[in-house]
Design a protein. Structure first.
Length: 246
């Protein structure tokens, strides 16, 4: 393939990657409104975001239908903290964003096993503070450590820090003991997650906001859809959770 033809094909791909939609609704929200919804969620939970916290990836040119009511914000973590922002009406949409720079509450550490008065044994276990559905990515604020006199069964987690970032394979209720049988390693990019798509070439790098069409670990080739143009593309998952097209 000639150099001219390669440049032409790549130029068409970039045009599709960053094309704007043909029309936009009169009542729209942008990136700032979605960030504000996340900030309101943290403020309502008593955890105000620090001034240097970053919420993204969100393209400042983004436009979606304005939400008729306050959007639902639910935690879902892969790196520091990840949340799904969902609007039900009038036009359903959702974005998965990460909050970088969020302070993590310190985990409480106690011995794994304690002997008290001879034969009595106690175990340090990790339990959820709230009901957690299968598929939840664990964060430190969802979990706590407790001491129990009952043999928990199964391979115990060493502490809250070991569980953070893992994905539940079965639902757990508050106080249920978390073991290694309940969790699996979470993919770097999850289906439905909003990610940064980067097109790289000799001497240039261009980014856009896209949505993952499938789960993927670092190095996997995954399908993603450009949020603005709707174009479906494929790229490699990078360590940071971005998807790279070269």
């Amino acid at each position: 393939m000639s150099g001219l033809l390669i440049r032409s094909v790549f130029g068409v791909a970039l045009a599709g990657l960053f094309a704007l939609p043909a029309h936009a609704d009169d009542a729209v929200w942008g990136a700032d409104e979605i960030r504000a919804a996340v900030q309101d969620y943290f403020a309502a939970s008593g955890r105000a975001l620090p001034p240097d916290a970053r919420i993204g990836p969100l393209d400042d040119r983004l436009q979606v239908a304005a939400c008729a009511t306050s959007p639902l914000v639910q935690p879902r973590s892969a790196y520091s903290s990840s949340l799904v922002v969902t609007c039900a009406a009038p036009t359903p949409w959702n974005f998965t964003v990460r909050v970088e720079g969020l302070e993590t509450p310190p985990a409480v550490t106690v011995p794994r096993m304690i002997s008290a008065g001879g034969p009595i044994k106690q175990w340090n276990v990790v339990v959820p503070r709230v009901a957690l559905a299968a598929g939840t990515i664990l964060t430190s604020d969802m979990l706590e450590e407790r001491v129990t006199n009952q043999p928990p069964g199964g391979a115990l987690m060493k502490g809250v820090a070991e569980a953070v970032g893992l994905r539940l394979v079965s639902a757990l209720q508050p106080g249920n003991v978390l073991t290694t049988r309940n969790v699996a390693r979470a993919p770097t990019v999850m289906k439905g997650e909003t990610i940064t798509l980067i097109a790289e070439g000799e001497g240039f790098s261009i980014s856009a906001t896209a949505r993952a069409e499938e789960d993927g670990f670092e190095g996997d080739l995954v399908s993603v859809r450009n949020v603005k143009s709707g174009v479906l593309l494929s790229g490699r998952v990078a360590q940071s959770g971005t998807v790279i097209i070269r």
